[in-house]
Design a protein around this ligand. Sequence first.
Ligand code: NAP
Length: 552
Amino acid sequence: MPHIITQSCCSDGSCVYACPVNCIHPSPDEPEFASAEMLYVDPDACVDCGACVSACPVGAIVPDSKLVPEQLPFIPLNRAYYPDRHGQKVPPTSKLAPVPPAPEIQRGGMPLTVAIVGSGPAAMYAADELLTQHGVRVNVFEKLPTPYGLVRAGVAPDHPHTKKVTKLFDTIANEAGFTFYLNVEVGKHVSHAELLQHHHAVLYAVGAPHDRRLDIDGMDNVGVHTATELVAWYNGHPDFVDLPVDLSCERVVLVGNGNVAMDVARILTADADELARTDIADHALAVLRESKVREVIVAARRGPADSAFTLPELIGLTAHRSVVLDEYAQGLVREDLAGEHDELTRNKLDILATLSDADGDERRIRLAYRLTPKRVVGDGRVQAVEFVRTGTEETHRFEAGLLATSIGYHGRAVPDLPFDEKAGVVPNDDGRVTDCPGTYVAGWIKRGPTGFIGTNKSCAQHTVHQLVEDFNSGALADPAHRHRSELQRLARERQPQLVDLAGWHAIDAAEIARGAGVRPRDKFTRIAPMLAVAATAPRPTWRDRLREAITV
Ligand code: NAP
């Protein structure tokens, strides 16, 4: 009865190190890890101890006897990663996956102090890695009053397992040496230069908040959105609460077929009563309840074999939604199946080959291929979207009332740092920012918008290793202001409504209470109520302040 890794696998590799028989692969030291869509348990080697279950931060690992029907495809998927041994068990091994060594601090004197800008997965994994070393202090700056970046504002509300990673982040935030400066914007309330006066180093993990823009005629029509806007809107990001999303149309077109497009398509075709049991923002739920949308077209410019969505997401999508292909797309799938492909692509094509067209009344997601967007047709409002068949002159038109482009995220320039406009990243050498001593990057602003939540763990670890190496070599000077109280004073002077860990705990508890046991939480979506609740949190006592004042 082996354990099975399922859809919500975040690829952070924690399970690999927990496994006593090294039966989870690819492990972070193996070359396939970087491009893997998920990790897999070797069913012939698993001893069924469940250690991986406790280590997984997103509840993705399940004994095969406890899988729900829609998870059953993950049994052959896990098995397919390993050679067919015709039922022979693999004897337990004592050769465990090599644990990467922690970045050891070898310099005496003032303990290492690091400012991290951003509080999403890359930021939290970087903080965790730094705090493996005794005495290190990490101050995390976040412009919103709530932490955890895209885990809060990006992960789809109907993927609650993935959001469980916030439990791990809460544990990291509670570690000694960790301090939150929430509701504090670097570049507005404090500058990069000021952070360097209070820290040995500044590490930016600010993600890629913009979206890539589609440059075709008609994009100024009302009803044209980006997927990133829609995602932020339904997840209750305060900057997108008032986005005018009109779902009074019968058809929506999404351009691009990556996992973000899959998320948006799923939410737009979801049953509102099911969504009402998630942490979706109330304003979005109200619009989705009145939605007239019957069909969401997910249009890719290339063919089925080049689909950008991952196999686990396709398995999840087809299990929970009506997913259809027209005859042309079915033909493309058959053509692709005749070619040579890697195992993952072949698995995707096999699933696509089971899909047919449908004209029932059910809400559906239509996967469409070889469609290059040409123009948006409208009279001020979107009426249709025109494509050309990729590589031909043939045009194809879909009547639709809403278009969302889902063609990838794009990084935004960080004040005072160099920026590569084309790639949307801060130029760096494995995390060391080019020509910017004391400055580092991790996550999407370092490597571009690819990978999963856990991919940021190894990415952040690499950066932290460079940072600690520079600290040990003496390349990072002691900051001019060494006392924590000096930074606290500066931050509170500039932002009197600073939210600390106690403030976040108050917001978190209030949102969970508002969920009333029916929803995991009912999010605050405006800043003012968040701050009002944070202000009710217990304030530091004079003892706390005294301890702070004497702590270097
Ligand atoms: P993505 O995977 O890079 O997909 C982008 C899509 O946009 C592709 O289909 C691409 O087509 C298309 N595209 C790009 N430029 C285009 C253009 N000018 N015209 C038409 N189509 C164009 O990006 P994403 O969906 O934003 O996802 C970003 C990352 O987050 C990915 O690593 C994804 O796996 C991850 N993510 C994961 C999850 C999850 O695990 N559940 C959820 C959300 C996001 P081509 O392939 O032809 O370039």
